[in-house]
Design a protein around this ligand. Structure first.
Ligand code: UFG
Length: 328
């Protein structure tokens, strides 16, 4: 019997790639997404899409009525570090309120497993690089804070109600489905790799590098870019682990690349120059975020299939070339 899963935010970048992976293995999926940043076109035709907000009790009831669900995946959230520094309370209130409503509904409907899309932004000024799960949670932005709250809420959901959960702390999700079916299309786009590629193709103005005076070898921020298909695979493994126990994993490749290195790699992959200028720092950006994903590798046998930055950028470039207007 195939399982049925509820995926909130399943029309978004990471969520849609997970939906594709679930559908590919024969499971049934219901997506709840308000389409504020996601795209209906990113959801497979065979998948039921409920267009609504988690904060809307009717939409949530409608979604759960399509169960029973074997598990809930929670992606739907505000997720921009920089924006959260300008609108801190909107981030904390919305992400926490919606997340709590979903957790309560999950428990009320007797679902036993929840996978939370968490973030490297839990770590504002990490003392150990690459960052292990033992690193104290100390967010550098209201966005990170809101996810830290939800991780704590899930601890209590298990102690009080027995809901098992996986908190997957993504580092920088990037790339696109290697099969070319899905890609990255944020509006407005704020993420580095899509902006670099659009600068290379001339679709957007030159990239602004946010600060070159960080304490890193070339002065620009270092991030751990992880292929979105490898992230999707990690969700499937985490789901199986929930049959035994709750888990928390940092998810990245374990290698950091500076903004300048991303630009240089994109120039090699695309064969084009990436016009760019240096601007001021963006508030809330930690200098270095690189994951130790030793724990998920050892415990669940997760191995990234697409760890090379070249591959990540090449897949993003292929989708962008085929879909210059994104999902529009
Ligand atoms: N950057 C630029 N110029 C730009 C855009 C980004 O220099 O125009 C830089 C940023 O300053 C940062 C790096 O490129 O150093 C990556 O920035 P992104 O906006 O692509 O990603 P973030 O690291 O800010 O955040 C992403 C997700 C978050 C998640 C985080 C975890 O958006 O949800 O990764 O590391 F929490």
């Amino acid at each position: 019997m195939p399982d049925t899963h509820l995926v909130t935010g399943g029309a978004g970048f990471v969520g849609s790639h997970l939906v594709l992976a679930l559908v590919a293995r024969g499971d049934r999926v219901v997506v709840l997404d308000d389409l504020s940043t996601g795209h209906a076109a990113a959801v497979p035709a065979s998948t039921e899409l409920i267009s609504g907000r988690i904060g809307d009790a009717d939409a949530l009831a409608h979604a759960f009525a399509l169960g029973p669900f074997a598990s809930v995946f929670h992606f739907a959230a505000l997720s921009l570090v920089g924006e959260s520094m300008r609108e801190p309370y909107r981030y904390m209130a919305e992400n926490a309120r919606n997340g709590l409503a979903l957790i309560e509904a999950t428990i009320a409907h007797g679902v036993k497993r929840l996978v939370l899309s968490s973030t490297a932004a839990l770590f504002g000024a990490p003392s150990t690089i690459p960052i292990p799960e033992e690193e104290p949670v100390d967010p550098g932005s209201p966005y990170g804070e809101s996810k830290a709250w939800l991780e704590r809420a899930l601890v209590w959901a298990e102690r009080v109600h027995g809901l098992r959960s996986a908190a997957l702390r993504y580092f920088n999700a990037a790339g696109a489905d290697p099969g070319g079916r899905l890609g990255e299309d944020h509006r407005p786009e704020t993420h580095l790799i899509p902006l670099v590629l659009d600068a290379a193709s001339g679709r957007r103005p030159p990239l602004t590098v946010f600060g070159d005076d960080y304490p890193t070898p070339d002065g620009t921020c270092i991030r751990d870019y992880i292929h979105v298909a490898d992230l999707a695979e990690a969700h499937l493994l985490a789901l199986e682990a929930l049959n035994e126990r709750s888990v928390r994993y940092n998810l990245g490749n374990g290698t950091g690349y500076s903004v300048r290195q991303v630009i240089a790699t994109a120039e090699r992959v695309t064969g084009r120059a990436v016009p760019h200028t240096i601007g001021p720092r963006r508030a809330g950006d930690p200098p270095v975020l690189v994951a130790s994903s030793r724990r998920i590798r050892e415990e669940l046998g997760w191995t990234p299939r697409y760890p090379a930055l070249e591959t990540i950028i090449a897949d993003a470039w292929a989708w962008r070339q085929a879909h210059p207007e994104g999902y529009r």
